[in-house]
Design a protein around this ligand. Structure first.
Ligand SMILES: Nc1nc2c(ncn2[C@@H]2O[C@H](COP(=O)(O)OP(=O)(O)OP(=O)(O)O)[C@@H](O)[C@H]2O)c(=O)[nH]1
Ligand SMILES: [Mg+2]
Length: 564
């Protein structure tokens, strides 16, 4: 027997494993949400459980009552993983003893802690966080109310408010504050518990689930979902038929850009006329977003560029920006190099700079704000589908990450039941049945992720990729159609010490059959390994497939955006 198969408690000299199957309690995990009073624990727990009816009559009652009385721990089943319980704990008050508070949540029964902070991080928050350190449990730090904080910043900063930069600054401040207390970055998230589709909410969810499931490999960062509108174009069909549909849909959308809006950022010192002319009546297929200019005194061109890029627009209209020629050239070149379009409008009379995504020079119109705005409207509307198509090409990796994540979470919802079902069959003496169930579930995972033979054939037909190259991207052993013997080896009950000894004595122990039951814990781990491991494979396969499509389409993409 290989070392890896010897259960830990035997190698470490502990008591031998009992012969009865592990109780499913070993599959139950608990997440405790703790934090200062009013920091948003209950609201966060409800969002994690997909309860969004914040304004039910009882909610409003409690809101107006002020609800000052303490409540006990509220337990919720976490719907994405039915074997996980969320504990919404009572609030911690400044002046309370952090260690007494921590003891009151019975930390020994908790697998992961989520610590919420409100709009500002207080000393009491830091004390509480400090008291969690010795527990040795994973901690996820969540600063809530980020929607309110941004709102306040917007009011205070007025016309010079840059959303993306402000968010970056807030993140930096939180990290600096916690870093000063020896808490390093990866588990810090800025969220609004009222807007679970925005900010770091998805990243926070991935982090918590990864910690609970003890998934050791890195999980791709889920960025703030800029491309949610593009992702939703694929969701219905991929939900229905699996991820192998992605490449076919992508081809269709690249040929006929879907009706989503492109984002036009208008920046500069004197943009009001242009913005209102572009908004009234609204441009079809475009959203106009006014952005601050470089400010007075003007910020550095590097900072301005960073601010513009953090707004993630598809095209930038830069109006009489008060910048000198060389700064302006730097700005335009950098934006174009980052795959954006920009138009310099006004300011330089007859001088015309023309740039496009290919760096070509071409004749352009001379824009005079106020006189040629109708022409600008026509040009923008005509170019909108092309902008969407380019955004789609650009966003392919991010869209794949989100679609795969969606499928992974959907499959994860079912694995607890699959595990219980297989283990029950095995304990009733139907071991072969249990293994066949497991095997067929793994096949269905492969099909959902687009990793089975039919899917690979479809993807290779649509994308022109060699199926062998696609197959080479599949690394998870459970995606390779493991035999039932192999599954039994991975999921069976570890041998007890006496069985282990007998198995080394062929004459005395030889005739005896080893009891073969499935271990709930091992079966669950096997399923986690399959769902998360195949998710990584699915990402690689789809990305590989799309590379061909992307190159082909980019070759035919022409830019029609003169920069004047
Ligand atoms: N705007 C905004 N309001 C929030 C957010 N999170 C919570 N709130 C509001 O803040 C108030 C307190 O939220 P709760 O979720 O009750 O806070 P709590 O931590 O459970 O409070 P205690 O249990 O009393 O400690 C409620 O009015 C929520 O609606 C958020 O992210 N953004
Ligand atoms: Mg509460």
């Amino acid at each position: 027997m290989a070392d890896a198969e010897i259960p830990e408690d035997i190698t470490s000299g502990g008591p031998p494993t009992p012969e009865t199957p592990s109780p499913p309690e070993c599959l139950h995990f608990t997440i405790a949400i703790i934090g200062a009073r009013g920091s948003g624990k209950t609201t966060l727990a409800r969002s994690l459980c997909n309860h969004s009816e914040q304004f039910s009559p009882s909610f409003l009652d409690s809101y107006f009552r002020g609800d000052d009385e303490e409540h006990g721990v509220q337990r919720h089943t976490y719907p994405p993983l039915p074997n996980v319980t969320l504990l919404d704990c009572p609030g911690y008050k400044a002046g309370d003893s952090p260690s007494v508070y921590i003891d009151s949540i019975r930390p020994e029964a908790v697998h992961c802690l989520v610590v919420t902070f409100g709009e500002t991080i207080t000393d009491a928050d830091l004390q509480l966080l400090g008291a969690t350190k010795h527990l040795g449990k994973p901690v996820c730090i969540v600063q809530t109310h980020i929607d309110l904080t941004l709102h306040t910043e917007k009011r205070q900063q007025g016309k010079s408010y840059w959303r993306g930069q402000t968010l970056l600054g807030l993140r930096g401040r939180a990290q600096e504050c916690l870093g000063g207390h020896g808490i390093q970055g990866s588990g810090i998230f800025l969220v609004s518990a009222l807007e679970p589709q925005n900010y770091d909410f998805l990243g926070m969810v991935d982090y918590i689930e990864k910690e609970i499931l003890q998934w050791k490999r890195p999980v791709p960062l889920t960025p703030e979902p800029h491309c949610q509108d593009l992702v939703s174009l694929f969701e219905v069909q991929c939900d229905q038929d699996g991820l192998s549909e992605f490449c076919s849909l992508l081809s269709i959308f690249l040929d006929n850009p879907p009706p989503v809006s492109a984002m036009v950022g208008v920046t500069g010192t004197d943009k009001e006329v242009t913005v209102s002319a572009l908004c009234e009546p609204p441009l079809s297929g475009l959203v106009v977003k006014p952005l601050p200019g470089p400010g007075i005194p003007a910020m550095s061109v590097e900072q301005y560029l960073q601010n513009l890029q953090s707004e993630a627009c598809d095209v930038y209209l830069i109006l009489g920006s008060g910048m000198d020629n060389s700064s302006r050239a730097t700005l335009v070149e950098a934006l174009v190099a980052a795959g954006k379009h920009c138009m310099l409008i006004g300011g330089e009379g007859d001088r015309r700079h023309k740039h496009d995504a290919k760096g070509e020079e071409e004749g352009g119109k001379k824009w005079h704000p106020g006189t040629d705005l109708p022409g600008l409207r026509v040009a923008l509307e005509k170019g909108a589908p092309q902008l969407v198509r380019e955004r789609l090409l650009h966003a392919i990796p991010a869209i794949i990450v989100q679609l795969v994540r969606r499928e992974r979470r959907r499959l994860m919802m079912g694995i607890y039941d699959i595990c219980l079902d297989a283990c029950a069959k095995a304990s009733d003496g139907h071991l072969q049945d249990a293994l066949v169930t497991l095997s067929s579930k793994l096949s269905s995972f492969r099909a959902r992720y687009g990793l089975d033979e039919d899917s690979l054939t479809l993807i290779s037909q649509v994308t022109g990729c060699n199926p062998e190259d696609l197959r080479a991207e599949i690394q998870c052993p459970l995606a390779q159609d493991p035999t039932t013997d192999h599954l039994l080896q991975m999921a069976s009950q570890p041998l007890s010490l006496s069985e282990l000894v007998w198995s080394y004595v062929p004459h005395w122990g030889g005739g005896e059959e080893t009891p073969t039951k499935l271990s709930a814990e091992r079966t669950y781990r096997l399923l986690v390994e399959a769902v998360w491991g195949m998710a990584e494979d699915a990402e690689r396969v789809l990305l590989h497939g799309c590379t061909n499509q992307k190159v082909a389409k980019e070759r035919t993409a022409f830019c029609h955006w003169p920069c004047v």
